[in-house]
Design a protein around this ligand. Sequence first.
Ligand code: NAD
Ligand code: MG
Length: 390
Amino acid sequence: MKRLAILGSTGSIGVSTLGIVAEHADRFQVVALTAGRNLALLEEQIARFQPQVVAVPDRENAQRLMERLGHSGPRVLYGTEGLITCAANSPADMVVSAIVGAAGLEPTLAAVQAGRDVALANKETLVIAGELVMAAVAESGCRLFPVDSEHSAIFQSLAGHSKDDVRRLILTASGGPFRNWSLDDLQEVTPQDALAHPNWTMGRKITIDSATMMNKGLEVIEAHWLFNLPVDRIAVHIHPESIVHSLVEYVDGALIAQLGIPDMKTPIAYALSYPERLTLDLPPLDLCRLGQLHFAAPDSLCFPCLGLAYEAIRRGGTTPAVLNAANELAVDAFLQEKVGFLDIPRIIGAVVEKHAITAATSLAAILAADNWARGAAQDVIHEIQGASYL
Ligand code: NAD
Ligand code: MG
C-alpha cells in the first residue's frame, strides 16, 4: 500500500489522481487531502477516501468543515501551516503536489525536506525555486516524479539511456486555441475564448497559460531544473494534435518520444507507480485512424510569453519567481476582464524589467521577490486600466 497526501485534491489533477486511486484501491491509501474553496467536493472526497488529516485555506472554512463532519472526521487544519503538516508530517510515502500557482511552493518544499517522494504537477514550484528545491531533493534523497505530460514523456524517453548522450529536449505544445491567429485577432480575445482549450481539460489558470504559451515557458524552466540542462538545449515544437507528448534527441540523431491520447491519467499514474505501469481504463491511441501528425515552430510575435520565460531563466536568480508572480496576477486580471489578452505579456515584461535581481537560494529571498512582483504587477494593471478609461 502506498500512502498518498494529495495537495489540491479538488482540482483537475487532484480529481484525476483520486480517480486512479479509486481504480486501484488495493495499491493506494489516501492519508491527507487539501483543498481551496470547494468544500462540498472535499467533503465528498473525505467520505469516500477517509484521510486522517485535511487542510483548507482559513480558520472559518476549517470551522465550517469540522461542524459538518462531526467528531468522526479527520483532523482539520488550515493555512500554509496546515498544508505543510499534510505534506511533511502526515504518514504519506508520496505527496502529490497539485495546488495551482506559487501557493504550492512551501508545502512541496516541506515534503521534499521531509524526504517524501513527490509527484509534481505544480510546475510553479520549480519555476520559482528550482535551485532551492533541487538542492533539497539531493540533500534529502527523495525522488521527484514529473506529472506534467511533457516532463513525464521526457522522463520515460530517458529511461535506459545515458544523460551524457542527450543532445536536446523537445517539448511539444498544442499551440492552444489561438494557434495561427493574427495579432489583430488576439486583441479581441475574451476569457471565454481563451478558456476553450482544443485538446486538454484543465484548471482555469493553466488553460489561460496554454493560450498565451506561458505554460510552455514555465515548462521550459521546469525541464531545465528537472533534467539539469541549459535552456538553449530545450526546444519547443508546436504539435496541434497533442499526441507526441515530448521528445529527447540523442547525440546519434535518434529521437525518442512518448505518445498517447491527451489524458493526464497516464502521466499521473506513471508518477504514482514508477517503475511499474498501472492498467488504466482509457481508449487506445489509434494512429491509423489519426493518419497525420503535424509540427511547426512557435510564433514568437503573437506569443511573446514563451520568449519572456527563456529570458527570465537566462537572467537567473529571482527573475523566474518574478515572471511567475506577474503572470499569476496578469492572468487573474484578464479573467476578471480588467485587462486584455495581449496585456498579459506586457504586464509580465514591465514587471521583469523593473526587478532588481537577487540570488534565489533562500525561501525568504524567493518569497520577497514574489511579493514585490505582485505589488509591481498590480501597479501596472492599474496603469493599464487607467489608460483604457481615457
Ligand atoms: P485547478 O485550478 O483545477 O486546481 C487547483 C487546486 O489547488 C484546487 O484543489 C484548489 O482548491 C487548490 N488551490 C488553489 N489555490 C490554492 C491556495 N491558495 N491554497 C491552497 N490550495 C489552493 O488546477 P489544475 O489544473 O489541477 O492544476 C494544478 C497544477 O498542476 C498547476 O500547477 C498546473 O500547472 C499543473 N498541471 C495541470 C495539468 C492539468 O491537466 N490540469 C497538467 C499539467 C500540469
Ligand atoms: Mg504540460
